[in-house]
Design a protein around this ligand. Sequence first.
Ligand SMILES: Nc1ncnc2c1ncn2[C@@H]1O[C@H](COP(=O)(O)OP(=O)(O)O)[C@@H](O)[C@H]1O
Ligand SMILES: [Mg+2]
Length: 421
Amino acid sequence: MVVGSGGREHALVETLAASHIAPEMFAAPGNPGISRIAQTVDIPADDLIALRDFAKENSIDLTVVGPEVPLIGGIAECFWEEDLRIFGPSRAAARIEGSKVFAKELMKHAGVPTADFEAFDREGAALAYLRTRRDYPVVVKADGIAAGKGVIIARSREEAEDAVREVFSGKFGAAGERVLIEECLEGREASVFVMTDGVNILPFLPAQDYKRIGDGDEGPNTGGMGAYSPLMWMEPATYAAILEEIIRPTLHQMRLIGAPYSGLLYAGVMVTETGPKALEFNCRFGDPETQVILPRLESDLLELMLAVNDENLYGREVEWLAEKAVCVVLASEGYPETSHSGDEIGGLENIPVGVYIYHAATDERDGKFYTDGGRVLNVVGTGPTVIEARARAYAAVEQIHFAGMQYRTDIALEAIELEDI
Ligand SMILES: Nc1ncnc2c1ncn2[C@@H]1O[C@H](COP(=O)(O)OP(=O)(O)O)[C@@H](O)[C@H]1O
Ligand SMILES: [Mg+2]
């Protein structure tokens, strides 16, 4: 059973269903795209008890959690109490995403390269600190999860003060009880994924995502407007340094504090002039990065997840196809400030080979699909080169239409320039 309802979960369901184990698949709550390959169950992703009861009653052999909220809420412990298998970290380990202050302190103790920081639990103390600080910009972050809206890059002291006041204003709820003030790093950003049983790691390849709504990284932040993988700009030595200097010491430190991390660990990394530095950790697969990673996976994902559960990753390897993948997100009118539901989606028939369509926010009525939220569809093109993968993705995008459809036209453009062909 896969928990969640977005494009990431659609990609997970599709990849797990293709396992040679030939599993019977369920998804809670799933979406209309997922319902083609799995039996969807009407339980929201954050109803931990109902999910556990369903898993128990239906003898679900493995539950895979897509979003962070149930993990941070303790779904893993909830399942373990009933001896049910689940892929995802414990609540204690999921704090690595649930509290940015926790993650930064963990990194500090583990010697992981990351931006210098100060943490405050009172507005007055944070403002007093800003008055002593000379160099700007600084990055101001709410401690908890704030749907991508809790990070402000402040160019001046005034902007930083406003950001601190915003964090403590109550608009982020419990996520705004503490604030982080960080050094602003410069460089190129990447999302790095590893699968881990707490000790051993299987590198799950890096990807690049695009957070801003507009071409050229203009406009407000979103949940993600596109992605591509692999990253030809990242040197193998840099990738090795990320695994050795960021991932391994972090997992070691988690064991030391009695919160071993198992599942999928996602590190947001800035590759700076002085080497890679960790920006943050997430406790689950990235969205939309998963949509460009899973189509490239040759190994059996279900087998690997079962091996994580048996703490048996030692000596395993993960195989990748030579394919490249590019994902373009189609968003509804008004996104990200608002979103528009109920617009009929056309052009989903006859999707060419090498293209995957993942549903992210759709509704199905009488055999027709409609928009049902901000990020509606993920269109993934694959091919032997980024040029081909990208051309396939955008050709499929041209074929799909709904009122107010928005998408970026520059996804993976930078990668083409770097491609050796
Ligand atoms: N110290 C930093 N220096 C420069 N940019 C940063 C820094 N921290 C975060 N950012 C930028 O802000 C974005 C969001 O921050 P992140 O810590 O990933 O929080 P979240 O994903 O929870 O919103 C990052 O993807 C990065 O672009
Ligand atoms: Mg992030």
